[in-house]
Structures are given as C-alpha cells and as structure tokens.
Ligand binder design. Structure first.
Ligand code: KG4
Ligand code: ZN
Length: 330
C-alpha cells in the first residue's frame, strides 16, 4: 500500500491531493480564475504570489484528513508550466519530503493529464492518448507508464488556447472554453464554414491559429454582434475543433492499430468533444476512455496518480531535480 501527497501549481490552480492506492483521501483545489479574469488571462507574477498565499491553508486542510507521517512520497508538478508558479509547489513538496525523510517525485504535468482517464487503475493498457489543454494538443502512442511516443501535436495554438482566444474575440469571459461551449449549445453550427486546419495534411499534427483568424474575419463582416451571431460563431468554431480532433484521433488509432483512445486535459470537459469522440469510437469499434470532469481541468489528484504509478515502479526523483517550464512529454 502506498500513500502519495501531490502538489500542483503549474498555472492558476493551487491544488493538493493525497492518494492511497485507489482511494483519494484528500483533494483540494483553490482556483485563481476570479483573480485572473480581471486581466483577461493568467498573470504569472500574480499566480505565483497566490500559490504562496493559499498553499499553507490547503496543506492544513489535507493534514486534517491524513497525518503527514502516513505519506510514503511527496510529488509535485515539475513542468511544463509557469516557472515562478512551478517553483512554489516544487519547493514545498521537496521541503516536506526532506523533513519527513521520504522520497520526492517530480511529475510531468502532461503525464498527469495523459494518465488521468485510468485514474485508480493499477495497469495502463496500451492506447492512443489525446491530451487537449490550454497549453497543449497532443496525440500520443502510450505503451506503458513512461513509454510515450508523441505522434502529433499542434504547430501553433493549443485547442484550449483557441477556445480562449475566440472567446476573447467574442467578448466572453476568461477562461473561454466553458463560455464558448455554453454559447454553442444555443447556436447554429452550420452558419459559418470555418476551416478544418491541417485536416488533410497527411500527418497527425494540428493547427488552430487559422481557425481563430477565420473567426476574426467572419466577425468583421457581420453588421451586428448580437447574441445569435455570438452563439452561431461559438457553435461553428466548436464544430470545426471537434471535427479535426476526431479525424486525427481516428487516423492515429488506425495508424498504430490501437484498440483504445483515451481523452484528457481541460478541453475534455467539452461535451461536444466527448460526444463526438465517443460516437466516432463506437462506429469504429474503438474503446473510449475519458477522464472524469473533475479530473479534467488542473488538479493534484492526477499528479498523485502519476506519482503513485512512478513510486510503485521505483521511479523517484532527486531533490536536486529542477523545474522545467518547457518540459516535454517524451
Ligand atoms: O488542463 P487545463 O486545466 O490547464 C492546462 O494544463 O492548460 O486546461 C485549461 C483549458 C483552458 O484553455 C480552458 O478554456 C479549456 O481548458 N476548457 C474548455 C472547457 N473547459 C475548460 N474548453 C472547451 N470546453 C470546455 N467546457
Ligand atoms: Zn493542465
């Protein structure tokens, strides 16, 4: 039996979780969304100061549920992310590990997302992972924990970034994903014929910046920006993103002969994307796994799960291991 305490501070969520095998004993997330909304996006300096202010309180709450002496290893996200934010969680976890005389685990944030559809399981079956977040869009051939081959990624904006930028163009609040999804449920997805970036490129890469530009041009041509237009843009934009993600995921599965597709990352909260991929998988007899909504956006439970899998495979890290804001998956 292993018990892992994990800290996640890579962006604007401060999070601490404790996982004992498949039992989540504590899961605290303090979102800074309201703070950053006023700026229309995440301000790194503000984020790290908030992590520092909030983390002790979250750790106190966790200590009310689990004794620190019960922890076998302390994990923290070591990248990718905002340097000054990563440092807060990383230094705290290292300090706790040092004080307790227990191992430290440096966890890749992307690996946390990627493994989250398997949360609570002992074994990670070979599969294709589609990781869609605010900073990344990745198709990965996963053979086992730590055995990752990146098949494709975005050449410009990430899928979540595209949602956020389009929301900004439409005057919607940050983060844009949920706002665009809300608008899309009331809109007509056929009103605007937005480009499906790199759909026929023959590789497994993505491009979303042309789509964002197309939205900008379409809006410039509209005489008025009433709520119907905003909702129709949301629906048409979302349909384009979903179609491209479904098409490339199917190509990745076909190319590798995989039998399972697993979806994770903040954008996987999007119902249209989940439904689109589920339908595509059903039609093609592919098993579809998706992270639970509470595990999709940034949290420490997924870092604890990745930490547990690493700990059980004796993959601990040195206290000298530094954070890496540009850490790659493989
Ligand atoms: O994984 P995450 O919490 O943070 C990163 O690692 O980036 O993902 C955040 C991203 C944001 O871009 C946000 O707009 C997007 O996930 N997102 C959504 C939805 N909920 C969050 N995108 C589309 N539809 C949603 N419902
Ligand atoms: Zn994330």
């Amino acid at each position: 039996m292993s018990t892992i305490l994990a800290i996640e501070t890579s962006c604007d969520e401060t999070a601490v979780a404790v996982l004992r095998n498949d039992e989540l004993m504590a899961n605290e997330v303090a979102s800074q969304v309201a703070v950053h909304r006023a700026f229309g996006g995440v301000v790194p300096e503000v984020a790290s100061r908030n992590h520092l202010a909030v983390l002790p309180e979250l750790l106190d709450r966790v200590r009310g549920k689990v004794e620190l002496t019960e922890i076998d290893a302390f994990a923290a996200t070591s990248g990718p992310g905002l340097a000054s934010s990563l440092l807060v969680g990383n230094s705290t976890a290292k300090g706790l590990a040092l004080g307790a005389g227990k191992p430290f685990l440096a966890i890749n944030h992307l690996e946390g997302h990627l493994l989250s559809p398997f949360f609570g399981r002992k074994k990670i079956e070979p599969h294709i992972a589609l990781v869609v977040s605010g900073g990344h869009t990745l198709l990965v051939d996963v053979r086992d924990v730590g055995a990752y081959l990146v098949l494709g990624k975005t050449v410009d904006d990430a899928a979540g970034e595209a949602f956020d930028k389009v929301a900004k163009l439409l005057g919607l609040a940050y983060p844009g994903g949920p706002e665009v999804e809300r608008g899309a449920t009331m809109g007509d997805s056929r009103r605007f014929d937005f480009p499906r970036g790199m759909a026929d490129s023959g590789d497994l890469n993505f491009s979303f910046s042309g789509l964002k530009t197309a939205v900008r041009y379409a809006l410039a041509k509209e005489a008025s920006r009433d709520s119907n237009t905003v909702n129709d843009v949301c629906a048409s934009f979302q349909a384009a993103v979903v179609e491209v993600l479904c098409g490339k995921s199917l190509s990745a599965v076909r190319k590798t002969g995989a039998r399972t597709l697993a979806l994770s990352g903040g954008v996987s909260r999007n119902e249209a994307l989940r439904d689109g991929l589920r339908a595509m998988c059903q039609k093609n007899e592919i098993e579809f796994l998706v992270a639970a909504p509470w595990l999709s956006t940034d949290n420490a439970a997924m870092i604890a799960f990745a930490g547990l899998l690493c700990f059980e495979r004796a993959k601990c890290s040195s206290l000298a291991e530094e954070i890496d804001p540009n850490l790659a998956l493989a």
